[in-house]
Ligand binder design. Structure first.
Ligand code: PMP
Length: 359
């Protein structure tokens, strides 16, 4: 082997959901919002002074941070923004998980956590979820170098209450606890009020789901001033200009349109419950969801076969070829019309005598 090859940092990358580029498709595979961003975002984009792009962006992202501080009623120095919550989480792993003790996260959760841990050489240990995929708080009582909880969890869609997070904080005064709330706006309870009481809590959220801005890449963390300062220092030791001028302006515009945000969330949650009922009628097991997706399983049809059949019709859902969850599908909630096409396909599929059935 050539000498230089021995110095390559070999990593196992995260595999993102596919981003097919067909004009006509129903894309229910990466939990995007089916509705466009707020009209205020479109307006801000139209009014953007492109002359400004000549300059480097504001390293403090002040316009965006101020809008978030006002919306969440926290101080500006309690907020950190990044290029999607993936960037914020990656930065948080690098900043807060610097111990020889293992970081703890669930064995079934967002599959980027172990990728970052491996990338940064952070020791970690997974905590088994129950047979029903529920998180068990006792699993997080042992000595550790940090904790990450996705709430609601992905891809299971299940959530825990604020009391669950508080219990973990009470048992873990010596490590930073990160709560990844990417899907929090779809009906779950945020841990945000706890940041005033626990200086080791970091709450991470995103503009990619509830604010329809996955393509703009904006995420944020909220926590005690010292945590935020540490994050800022690591970011500034890595790349000062993470947030583009456009992301700062458009993100701030999105936060200001509260009515549009609430209405979209309601539409998605209503569609979710409609789809749940229809799927249950067809014999699917549908996990309780406080997210913009459903995690589903059918006794009679293999998830992989259904995934491929849907794909053949340009209906994209997410299949995970992994132990325990390889007979489940994760289906993003699209518009009601999109979901009706999806359900219509399933109805026809179940009626087709040539469909390979299990058992
Ligand atoms: N956390 C969880 C649990 C997610 O499912 C996702 C979306 N893939 C993210 C974080 C990252 O989202 P983004 O980088 O778009 O904010």
């Amino acid at each position: 082997m050539k000498e230089w090859k021995k110095n390559i940092r070999m990593v196992e990358p995260y595999v993102a959901g596919e981003q097919p580029q067909f004009e006509h498709m129903i894309k229910l595979n990466t939990n995007e919002n089916p509705f466009p961003p707020s009209p205020l975002v479109t307006e801000a984009l139209k009014n953007m002074n492109t002359e400004k792009l000549r300059l480097y962006p504001d390293t403090t992202s002040d316009i965006l941070v101020s809008a978030l501080a006002e919306y969440y009623n926290v101080k500006k120095n309690q907020i950190f923004v990044g290029v999607g919550s993936d960037d914020v989480l990656a930065m948080a792993f690098l900043t807060f998980f610097h111990s020889d003790k293992p970081v703890l996260f669930a064995d079934i959760t967002y599959s980027f956590y172990d990728v970052w841990a491996n990338l940064y050489r952070i020791p970690y240990k997974t905590v088994a979820v129950g047979e029903d995929f529920k998180l068990h708080k006792e699993g997080y009582y042992e000595e550790n170098g940090g904790i990450v909880i996705a709430n609601p969890n992905a891809p299971t869609s299940l959530c825990v209450g604020r009391d669950f997070i508080e219990d973990i904080l009470i048992h873990n005064k010596d490590s930073v606890v990160i709560v990844d709330e990417a899907y929090i706006d779809f009906g779950a309870e945020t841990a945000l009020p706890l940041i005033e009481k626990y200086d080791n809590l970091l709450v991470v959220q995103t503009f990619s789901k509830s604010r329809s801005l996955a393509g703009m890449r904006i995420g944020y963390a909220m926590g005690n001033e010292e945590l935020i300062e540490a994050l800022m220092n690591v970011k500034n030791a890595y790349n000062s200009y993470t947030m583009s001028t456009a992301a700062i302006l458009l993100g701030a515009a999105a936060v200001k349109d509260v009515a549009y945000f609430k209405n979209n969330i309601k539409r998605i949650m209503d569609t979710r419950e409609y789809v749940r009922a229809e799927l249950e009628q067809m014999g699917f097991k549908v996990l309780d969801s406080k997210t913009n997706f459903l995690f589903i399983h059918h006794e009679k049809i293999k998830a992989k076969e259904l995934f491929e059949a849907l794909r053949g019709e340009n209906i994209f859902v997410r299949y995970f070829n992994k132990p325990v969850i390889d007979d489940y599908l994760r289906v993003t909630i699209g518009t009601k019309e999109q979901m009706q096409v999806f359900l219509g396909f399933l109805t026809a599929y179940f009626q087709n005598p040539f469909v390979a059935k299990k058992g």
